[in-house]
Design a protein. Structure first.
Ligand SMILES: NC(=O)c1ccc[n+]([C@@H]2O[C@H](COP(=O)([O-])OP(=O)(O)OC[C@H]3O[C@@H](n4cnc5c(N)ncnc54)[C@H](OP(=O)(O)O)[C@@H]3O)[C@@H](O)[C@H]2O)c1
Length: 325
């Protein structure tokens, strides 16, 4: 049965968000193999009004929009009843726990066949000894536990992308030592000696990987797919910034142990950068590295994906905040 499934009506939650916008735009513009898919965005009244111009542009490209409250059982059930067979959740960190109800209702719907929870980031099961206790992993781990224990009818796929290169190249204000590139000052912050490889996705490639996942249902069901645009060291990124700007950059290197101290302090103080410290520390520790990633399962080759040169160029041209959809 599973091998004959092709998504036909896809509902996305959080589809105007930071990564959701790349996914929505990519799905709208992808040419599905076989029957075309219909894309439906479920969005809150606040977002529908704040992002009205974006939504009307997407509607002209074929997007159907449902305005509702994703914490309302009635609204979610009504949306699923529109013939939805596939759900993508790109809800933000603050809404991760709400997915348990979205999954329960999907399981009960009788029509939803496939659910991609909001992951699109760090591999939360990378290091079996440490991952279970990493603070930023807790809600995503809870969602995975609920799925293991309660979801039997609906197929689930986690798209694990690692850090977004487009974001990683920016410093976090107040936590610069955790990494990033200051264009104006030509100042680069790296963790450790800068020689540790990190696997990245660009934000546009996250969209591409989600499209590819939907085109490969049977290969994706039940998996946490580890996908990557490119794997490079921070020193290679510095060299690319220097090449493209034609200038030498100052590099500030902070030992991993010092980052761990700053990270602990940020958590103790309840700082908003604490999560960022932890994730950047995990990535610097090798938390994005695999003997082999899953790009091939999705039929994507290096030439189909963004590379370091383009990632740096986009960063120098204004970065992801300037992207339009
Ligand atoms: N790999 C990386 O470097 C990286 C970086 C950032 C994020 N991520 C991951 O990407 C996923 C999406 O994160 P994001 O930053 O793109 O999300 P976001 O922009 O913060 O939020 C996306 C959307 O989620 C919906 N939402 C509904 N209830 C919510 C709630 N209670 N709290 C927050 N959002 C709520 C909202 O859409 P409506 O108003 O339309 O309902 C919102 O626009 C997360 O799993 C996150 O961990 C990864």
């Amino acid at each position: 049965m599973a091998s004959t499934f092709t998504p036909s009506k896809i509902l996305i939650f959080g589809g105007t968000g930071t990564i959701g916008a790349y996914i929505t735009a990519s799905l709208l513009r992808a040419k599905p193999v076989g029957a075309p898919w219909q894309l439906v965005l479920f969005t809150s009244p606040g977002t529908a009004s704040a992002k009205a111009a974006q939504l009307s542009k997407w509607k002209a490209e074929g997007l159907q929009v449902i305005v509702g409250d994703l914490t309302s059982e009635r609204d979610v059930v009504a949306a699923y009843k529109e013939g939805v067979d596939t759900v993508i959740s790109a809800v933000g960190r603050g809404g991760l726990q709400l997915q348990i109800e979205l999954l329960r209702l999907a399981e009960a719907s009788g029509t939803v066949r496939w659910f991609l929870p909001s992951e699109f980031g760090t591999d939360i099961e990378h290091n079996a000894d440490k991952s279970p206790s990493e603070k930023p992993h807790q809600l995503k781990l809870q969602v995975r536990r609920y799925i293991r224990e309660h979801i039997t009818r609906v197929n689930v796929t986690y798209v694990v992308t690692g850090p977004y290169f487009d974001m990683w190249i920016n410093t976090m204000p107040g936590a610069e030592r955790a990494g990033g590139f200051g264009k104006a000052e030509r100042l680069a912050y790296v963790i450790g000696d800068g020689e540790g490889k990190v696997g990245f996705c660009t934000m546009w490639d996250v969209g591409k990987f989600v499209v590819a996942t939907l085109r490969h249902p049977e290969a994706s069901f039940g998996k946490a797919l580890k996908v990557q645009s490119f794997v490079v060291t921070p020193n290679e990124v510095v060299a690319e910034f220097e090449r493209q700007t034609g200038a030498k950059w100052t590099v500030v290197k902070t030992p991993l142990d010092e980052i761990r101290v700053l990270e602990a302090k940020a958590w103790d103080e309840g700082s908003p950068v604490a999560t960022g410290y932890t994730l950047r520390r995990i990535w610097a520790e090798g938390g994005t590295l695999y003997d082999k990633n899953d790009n091939e399962i999705l039929g994507l080759k290096p030439e189909d994906l963004d590379q370091l040169e383009l990632g740096v160029r986009r960063g120098l041209e204004g970065g992801y905040r300037n992207d339009t959809f």
